[in-house]
Each structure stands twice: as C-alpha cells, then as structure tokens.
Design a protein around this ligand. Structure first.
Ligand code: XMP
Length: 310
C-alpha cells in the first residue's frame, strides 16, 4: 500500500539534498501532476522556487486564470509567460501527430530554458509520472515531458530536471496532493495533458481550430460533471462533412466526444453514457459552434486505441 505521508517525508529530504541552496523553477500547467509537483517542491525549498505558467494558447476556457489564482492561493511565487503566438508559429503547416508533439516539446523546453536563464536557475521541476514514461519508452507516443528516459539530455536546454513523481501512477499522485493539503479542485482534477488542446485538434493547430475544440470541451465538461469518469473531452477532426444549418448546406467540422473510465491511464474503457446525455452534448455542440455539423461518440477502449487521439 502506497504511504503518501512517508512519500512526502522522503521526497522533501531528497529534493533538499539535490537542490542545495540553488533555485528551482517548476513548470506548472495546472494539471494534477504538475501542481502536486510544484506544491511538493515548494514545501521542500520555499521561496527558492518560482512556478512558471506558460500560456501556449492551447489551454481550456478559463484555465490560465485558474492556474495563476491557484498558485497565488498556495503562496507560491509565480511567473506568467505569454507565449501564445510563438507556439502557434511552430505548429504552422504541421499535421503529423508525432511531429506536432515534438514541436510542442521543443518549444516548451526552449521557453522554460529562457525563463530559467532569466531567473538564473539551473533546475526545472516537472510533473512526469510513471504512465508518461511507459508510453514514451514503449514508443507509443512522445509525451512532452519525457527526455532523459529516451536519451535526450535536458542540459541541451540549459538545465537539470527534477521529477519527484516519476515513479508514481495517478491515484498515488492524488494521494500526495491530499497529503499536501491541496484543495479538492486540484487533487481530484480531471487529468489534462501537457500539450493540451493541441492533441485534440487533428491536423494543423491554429487559433481558430483551437477555439472550436475549446468551446466543445467546455460543453462536454459541463454536461458530464456528474458522471465521475476519468477523462471527458472533445476532439476536432481534420476531415469535414456535409450538414445543414439554417436551411443551407454547410461543409463543416466534425467533433468526436470521448468519455473514459480508467485508474492509471494505462488502460481505459469507453463509458456507456446514457443516450440522453450524448444527445444533449451533440445538440449543444452543433447548436453553439457554428462550424460544427456533426458530433460523434467514440466507443473504443484502450487498447486498441489510446485515450487521446494524437
Ligand atoms: P494516452 O493518449 O497515451 O494518454 O492513452 C494517457 C494519459 O496521458 C495523458 N497524455 C499526456 N500527458 N503529456 C502529458 O502530460 C503528454 O504528452 C500526454 N499525452 C497523453 C492523456 O491525457 C491520458 O490521461
């Protein structure tokens, strides 16, 4: 049985030993893993930590404000970096899933490296967990936060990496969050991937296409709050389909809704969602987003599919 109290106690000793009297920055996207990491490192080194929130333009509705507010409430020094334009620039013309993941990873670490240099910091703390490492090492997908485990030396970006949760799976990360006294809206938060909505816009990632999936995601989350599922989200397809809006033919967007149960994200089951919930989601997505003419529900388990589409 995982003992969160003991884990926190030992981690504090380890982190203090590794960091010494140097400074650390923590890449915090607001997800469970990166926020628990940030809070843990903050408990270990206090004000020697600066949390960095990179606004890449790929976050869910209201997320940048939520993250900055959460970190402020935890009394953690926070730096907000507006990198929206730079991220959209690197996605230009890219449609291949792995190419997009690698472009995100490279831009992400370069942005962090710049912040680390400005703050004269040699350590970056990040919320990599066991499932991220497994998927990347197996070659299934290059999770954005896995470097050393696949032979990339983080020092090419100018710093060393601290990953206190790298041996844990999600349920234990939540236990650590509770042990640290984090608010429920953080420790029980639905998992959300580092590369954010870029994984849910199939094909080229543009501000306009992200806006479509952001709105669809908001609708899915609102309509599925009570289901208690592991992850609920929307995906924008690269293909188009014929539909009718206001009596006119529209060749418009297709959105897929994904709602899965899982404990550790290594396997997952598509939820048998009540049909009326699906109908309501479809009506809202096609009604509230002008460009969407078709809404699908994904009934595939992992394996053979993965949770995210990219
Ligand atoms: P897949 O799609 O591989 O996802 O079944 C497993 C879990 O990991 C999340 N995920 C990521 N998280 N960086 C992250 O921080 C990534 O690059 C990444 N890719 C997938 C996904 O949302 C699911 O919870």
């Amino acid at each position: 049985m995982f003992d969160a109290k003991n884990f926190v106690k030992n981690s504090l000793i380890d982190i203090r030993k590794i960091v010494g009297d140097r400074k650390v920055i923590s890449a915090c996207s607001g997800g469970v893993d990166s926020t628990v990491t940030t809070a843990l490192v903050h408990k270990a080194v206090g004000d020697k930590l600066v949390a960095v929130f990179i606004d890449d333009g790929l976050r869910r509705e209201g997320e940048p404000e939520f993250v900055v507010r959460t970190l402020k409430n935890l009394k953690i020094r926070t730096k907000y970096i507006d990198a929206k334009a730079e991220f959209f620039e690197v996605f230009k013309g890219k449609t291949d899933a792995e190419e997009k993941r690698k472009a995100f990873r490279d831009k992400f670490y370069k942005t962090l490296g710049k912040a680390a240099k400005e703050e004269q910091i040699g350590f970056i703390a990040q919320g990599t967990i066991k499932a991220d490492v497994i998927e990347t090492v197996k070659g299934i997908k290059s999770q954005h936060n896995v470097l050393e485990q696949i032979g990339i030396n983080p020092e090419i970006y100018g710093y060393k990496i601290l990953e206190p949760l790298r041996e844990l799976f999600k349920p234990d990360v939540r236990k650590v969050g509770r042990e640290l006294g984090l608010p429920e809206e953080v420790s029980e938060r639905m998992p959300f991937p580092g590369p954010a909505l870029s994984l849910r816009v199939l094909g080229e990632v543009t501000p306009e296409r992200v806006a479509v999936v952001r709105k669809a995601t908001e609708i899915v989350e609102e309509e599925t709050k009570k289901l208690g599922t592991f992850q609920n989200f929307a995906v924008l397809h690269n293909d188009k389909a014929t539909g009718i809006k206001k009596g006119q033919r529209v060749y418009g967007n297709i959105v897929t809704v994904r709602i899965v149960d899982s404990t550790d994200a290594v396997t997952a089951k598509a939820r048998h969602v009540p049909y009326d919930v699906l109908v309501r989601i479809s009506e809202r997505i096609t009604g509230e987003i002008p460009s969407v003419v078709r809404c699908l529900y994904d009934i595939t388990d992992k394996p053979p599919s993965t949770i995210e589409f990219e």
